[in-house]
Design a protein around this ligand. Structure first.
Ligand SMILES: Nc1ncnc2c1ncn2[C@@H]1O[C@H](COP(=O)(O)OP(=O)(O)OP(=O)(O)O)[C@@H](O)[C@H]1O
Ligand SMILES: Nc1ccn([C@@H]2O[C@H](COP(=O)(O)O)[C@@H](O)[C@H]2O)c(=O)n1
Length: 211
């Protein structure tokens, strides 16, 4: 059995931070699936195409090189907003999910983080986590992250964007953000990164022992 760890959660909940730690700890590969949607949105913007151009978006998804996604370009707040618009199109999701599944099925196993990993991409994952935190805590973390990177940010605007993105991601018809029925919920509002990692590790260790 190839171990697959599925981590879902809303924007800025800390799922990427946790996924990277878990992948390093268990010696697994890691895929931030949010980057795949960001890369498609970025490709449309870069070529002057509207974000609802489904044919162009599918073509961008099909030619995407998962090993060459540039986090420094794709991490921008505006790209995340654009990604959530591209992510409502079922044909784009089909193309990306196919790529994500192939990544997950490749030895030695993988950690994938996103919005629909436990529900759609890897429904048979070895362990599933749903990581969340209050919108206010998430906005504060993102605000401090931007300042630490030398940027300028408005915490209230970030909070409004996060709430808008949550509503779009949870409200879309295809693969809405929601915890899988068998996911372990991890509310990190009052947890440090280390505490969240130890809590996740305990759940994953138990799941790995069972398999
Ligand atoms: N438990 C925690 N306590 C404090 N800060 C945290 C915690 N978890 C994550 N962070 C910080 O919060 C910020 C957002 O975390 P991260 O990028 O991992 O979230 P994400 O859910 O992957 O975001 P996105 O949806 O935008 O990809 C980062 O600056 C990270 O260092
Ligand atoms: N499995 C996923 C991952 C992401 N999305 C969409 O992409 C947007 C950006 O994701 P980040 O994790 O980088 O913030 C996100 O808001 C989703 O709309 C998705 O649909 N499915």
């Amino acid at each position: 059995m190839i171990p697959v760890i599925a981590i879902d959660g809303p924007a800025a909940s800390g799922k990427g931070t946790l996924a990277r730690r878990i992948a390093a700890h268990y010696g697994l590969r890691h895929l931030d699936t949010g980057l795949t949607y960001r890369a498609v949105a970025h490709a449309l913007v870069a070529t002057g195409k509207p974000l609802d151009d489904e044919a162009e978006a599918v073509a961008a998804a099909e030619r995407l090189d998962l090993s060459a996604m540039d986090r420094t370009v794709l991490a921008a707040h505006a790209v995340g907003e654009a990604a959530s618009k591209v992510a409502v199109m079922p044909a784009v999701r089909r193309a990306l999910v196919e790529r994500q599944r192939r990544f997950a099925e490749t030895p030695p196993g993988a950690v994938l983080d996103g919005r629909d990993i436990g529900t759609v991409v890897c429904p048979d994952a070895t362990a599933k986590l749903y990581v969340t935190a209050s919108p206010e805590v998430r906005a504060k973390r993102r605000y401090h992250e931007i300042l630490a990177g030398g940027g300028v940010a408005d915490e209230a605007a970030i909070l409004a964007d996060i709430q808008k993105r949550d509503a779009r991601d949870m409200g879309r018809a295809d693969s809405p953000l929601r915890p899988a029925i068998d996911a372990h919920l991890l509310d990190t509002s009052d947890m440090t990164i280390e505490t969240a990692f130890q809590a996740a590790r305990a759940k994953i260790d138990r799941a790995l022992e069972r398999n």
